[in-house]
Design a protein around this ligand. Structure first.
Ligand SMILES: *[C@@H]1O[C@H](CO)[C@@H](O)[C@H](O)[C@H]1NC(C)=O
Ligand SMILES: *[C@@H]1O[C@H](CO)[C@@H](O)[C@H](O)[C@H]1NC(C)=O
Length: 390
């Protein structure tokens, strides 16, 4: 080691001596100027970073800190790095309640507050802090909203008219850059000949639900394979459902209740698996905001369940007609925002866009009371346009 140092010191002395001699020579001035310019250039090359940060501060595009108040349904998960995962910059996520005074926004998941498992954050709140109400249950399964009137600044949910709109799934044109996306393939006509006909996955069976009545009637006409808590048990993980569905021609994507924009992962799993979804939930017009009209079969397309059953059996016998429901797929990506990493990072990005603004959700109950459903037949609902980025 010492030997290496000695050699380097000798080399340095040599360079310095040469430099000193050069400085004394007539060419000294141009040489020093050149060296100076080179050093300056090197410095300037590194300057943009520094300069960039400064301008961001000036524009008030500073980073924000988002406090996740409760982990949804009490399931602790590691918080994502929004930059590494989604290329969303300027976000610091934390679930440490001690960070409350320093948080630009607090994300509150409805369920824990409604059941009393957690309390709202303490008042008085920091002056510029925003509280975000996050809920992915339908209005039928959302309790105790009246306690939350006038408390929140932003809503984050699957509804299109939310302040921060993030559905259970959506289609993007072309190849999506999202890590939660899959490119859809049209598949081949040959592969239409899937071994099984109709599948249904149900975890919460209740005879009072419209979907259960529908199931009882449909199974009088066609064979339905039932999976989930009351049927054949499922292997864990979303991937296993998609693998299962890819053996079927049809999948019953029946929502537990009927509400505007309430279209859950049931539909998107079927789309991903290339099984034609048979949907029961919001109106056909409402579904058509999210996917092409022929991408699904709506139970209301037929005057009777028997009519629907006949149609499914006809498609089963006529692959070219079944193809009509699948040939739209080429050229789309399907994004299924992963719970809850995608939601946290989206919330943070939206808070960052709104730094310095003020807003109050005056009545959550009114917002969530779902005026859309009764109107959606009469009102001119915009038709399907794939979602680019939001
Ligand atoms: C299951 O269904 C019943 C009846 O519709 C409902 O009251 C209950 O909240 C549901 N449970 C879940 C976890 O969705
Ligand atoms: C957020 O909502 C609260 C409660 O209504 C309100 O007092 C506060 O001014 C709002 N803050 C912002 C930043 O909008």
């Amino acid at each position: 080691m010492g030997c290496v140092w000695a050699r380097e010191a000798r080399a340095l002395r040599f360079v310095l001596r040469r430099a000193a001699r050069a400085l004394r020579s007539p060419r000294a001035v141009p040489v020093t100027t050149a060296v100076f310019v080179l050093v300056l250039c090197g410095f300037l090359l590194h300057l943009p970073d520094f300069h960039h940060d400064n301008s961001n501060l000036a524009d008030d595009h500073r980073g924000v800190k988002l406090l996740v108040w409760t982990h949804p349904f009490g399931q602790n998960r590691k918080l994502p790095d929004c930059w590494a995962r989604y290329r969303i910059e300027g976000c610091t996520l934390t679930d440490d309640p001690l960070e409350y005074p320093h948080a630009d926004a607090v994300l509150v998941h409805h369920r824990e507050i409604a059941t009393g498992a957690a309390q709202l954050p303490p008042e008085p709140r920091p002056r510029a802090q925003k509280w975000i109400w996050m809920n992915y249950e339908s209005p039928t399964h959302t309790l105790a909203l009246w306690r939350l009137e006038g408390e929140f600044n932003l809503t984050l949910t699957y509804r299109r008219d939310a302040d921060i709109f993030l559905p259970y799934g959506y289609l993007e044109p072309g190849l999506s850059r999202s890590p939660d996306a899959h490119l859809l393939r049209a598949g081949s006509r040959a592969r239409l000949d899937r071994p099984q006909l109709v599948a249904w996955v149900i975890s919460n069976w209740s005879d009072s639900q419209a979907r259960v009545a529908f199931f009882y009637e449909l199974q009088r006409y066609v064979r339905i394979d039932v999976y989930g808590r009351v049927g054949v048990p499922l292997a864990a993980g979303r991937g296993s459902v998609v693998r299962l569905l890819s053996r079927y021609q049809f999948y019953l994507a029946l929502e537990n209740s009927q509400h505007t924009d309430y279209i859950t992962e049931k539909l998107w799993n079927a789309v991903l698996a290339g099984a034609v979804p048979v949907v029961l939930g919001a109106s056909r017009r409402n579904y058509e905001r999210f996917l092409p009209p022929k991408a699904f079969i709506h139970v209301n397309d037929f005057p009777s369940v028997r009519g629907l059953a006949r149609y499914l059996l006809m498609l089963h016998r006529n692959p070219s007609k079944l193809w009509h429901h699948l040939d739209w797929r080429e050229g789309y990506s399907i994004v299924q925002p992963s719970f809850w990493a995608h939601h946290y990072c989206t919330a943070c990005r939206e808070v960052r866009k709104r730094i310095g603004t003020k807003q109050v959700v005056q009545s959550l109950e009114q917002f969530w009371s779902d005026p859309g459903l009764s109107h959606s037949h009469s009102r001119d609902v915009p038709r399907f346009t794939p979602i680019k980025h939001f």
